[in-house]
Design a protein around this ligand. Structure first.
Ligand code: NAP
Length: 460
């Protein structure tokens, strides 16, 4: 019989229900000799972090990973508390007083800055904002994107840059069968953009694309893909000593793209290389971008870095999307490594000036920075959970006063009266799926916290 005294329970609070937090929760529930109890906190009413709010709408297969997270969330020793914000509703002291351990899985939510003149002009957009907007993240639902011009420049040669380029070039028909936010569908369908330049500061071998993402550019219904022959020729003959199989394949694909004749479709994505933006121009809004032509030079560690030559190139453009990576922001009361823009940690154990902070851990992008694909977070979370289990064995976790499940839930609800439990999320999920089924789409996402709570809290 289960007794709700709670005194024998080892409780772990996981902050963030994206891939890193969900995998950490799964490892905690599965791999421990001790029965661990997990409370999974999420700032939004809806779970799954970047799988819901980051993965592009035309990548439904990638999103199907949520089935794994659902299994974890349905586990008898896990409770989900959505719409509870760390630092606002619950502080680190609150959690340290009630849990044996805390795992931060908060990601790296904001965009990195270029630090060049004109970056804040109108129509110069952070890719992070655009991604949140087309994915119906409530924080970005009110954003506006002006897509009336014919040319957009996307700065960065990573997968987010490709997501942005593709989303700008998908036809209305291709978009309409996805779960793209309704507000984004309306704007993207009216877009005048005919050409998207994706601009990398180094060469094709150094691009951060993955192979499937690069290959699918050739499959768009109304847009063709091209690679600047001039740019690629400047890199030919320079073999990157650090090239791996993915980069080698990328290089081959891009050479194939450079050889295409083109001119068959009304819209195009062109990949450009060896160009660093040095200024975005415009009176109030973006009108052009000036780039420095780069050359590749060896760094001390042997990797190839970009070095500006004296050559300059100004490209007229109506919009700029800055897709040069994400960065973390500090959480109240949690040590932050400013240089790396992640939570200060050593192998997943949170650290401060005194060394490891007992009972506090970090996983995912908040731990290692914004790199890797979704699956990378599985191993990453397992490593941190290993450290936590070592500390459990060594008596180095926190020792809060015993509390029952019910008393702890009441405590949380007192601080976050509109906390959404897993049943509330299931109501949202079913509602969105039903809206989707009614309009021939996989899902129609609700976009405001008020709408989400209204469904989550609806009487059954
Ligand atoms: P990323 O992979 O780190 O790529 C960032 C790009 O920005 C790099 O090409 C980088 O060039 C460039 N860059 C950085 N600073 C710059 C500057 N000052 N000027 C010009 N260019 C600059 O970042 P991301 O695209 O944001 O993606 C984040 C992570 O999510 C990646 O691991 C990515 O694979 C993953 N992701 C995966 C998918 C998918 O699997 N479908 C989709 C989206 C994102 P350098 O290399 O020269 O620094």
């Amino acid at each position: 019989m289960s007794v709700d005294s709670g005194d024998a329970k080892i409780r772990v609070a996981v902050i963030g229900s994206g891939p890193a937090g969900s995998y950490a929760a799964g490892h905690l529930l599965r791999h421990s000799a001790t029965e661990l109890h997990v409370d999974l906190f999420e700032r939004l009413p809806t779970p799954w972090g970047l799988v819901r709010a980051g993965v592009a709408p035309d990548h439904p297969k990638i999103k199907s990973v949520t089935r794994v997270y659902e299994k974890t969330a349905e586990h008898a020793r896990l409770r989900y508390f959505g719409n509870v914000e760390f630092g606002r509703d619950l502080t680190v002291e609150d959690l340290r007083a009630h849990y044996n351990a805390i795992i931060y899985a908060v990601g790296t939510p904001i965009d990195r800055e270029l630090g060049i003149p004109g970056e804040t002009l109108e129509r110069s957009y952070a890719a992070t904002d655009f991604v949140g907007w087309y994915n119906a993240h409530p924080d970005f639902a009110e954003h506006e994107f002006d897509l009336r011009g014919e040319r957009a420049v996307v700065i960065g040669a990573g997968n987010v840059a490709l997501d942005v380029a593709r989303m700008l070039m998908l036809s209305e028909r291709e978009l309409a069968c996805t779960d793209v936010a309704d507000h984004a569908l309306a704007v993207l369908a009216r877009s005048n953009i005919r050409e998207v330049l994706v601009v990398g500061r180094r060469g094709p071998q150094q691009a951060a694309f993955t192979n499937p993402e690069l290959l699918e550019l050739a499959e768009l219904a109304e847009a063709e893909v091209a690679v600047s022959r001039e740019d690629i020729a400047l890199c030919d003959g320079i073999e990157d000593p650090g090239i791996d199989a993915i980069a080698r394949r990328n290089d081959k694909i891009m050479h194939d793209y450079a050889a295409l004749a083109g001119g068959e479709k009304a819209r195009r994505i062109e990949l450009r290389f060896l160009l660093s933006p040095i200024e975005i121009h415009g009176t109030n809004a973006v009108e052009a971008v000036t780039f420095a032509r780069n050359e590749l030079v060896a760094s001390d560690d042997g990797s190839l870095r970009a070095r500006a030559t004296a050559e300059r190139l100004t490209i007229p453009a109506h919009t700029v999307f800055r897709a040069i990576g994400y960065r973390g922001t500090p959480l109240p009361g949690v040590p932050f490594d400013e240089a790396r823009a992640v939570i200060a940690n050593a192998g997943g154990r949170v650290t401060d000036e005194q060394g490891a902070r007992h009972g506090e851990y970090v996983v995912g992008w908040a731990k290692r920075g914004p790199s890797g694909v979704i699956g990378t977070n599985k191993k990453d979370a397992a490593d941190t959970v290993e450290r936590l289990l070592e500390d459990l064995g060594g008596g180095r976790l926190l020792s809060p006063a015993p509390v029952s499940d019910a008393a702890l839930a009441t405590y949380i609800h007192d601080r976050a009266p509109h906390a959404v439990d897993y049943a509330g999320w299931v109501r949202i999920d079913r509602h969105e799926l039903a809206l989707g089924a009614a309009s021939g789409r996989p899902r129609v996402k609700l976009t405001t916290i008020a709408e989400l709570l209204a469904i989550a809290e609806r009487e059954q």
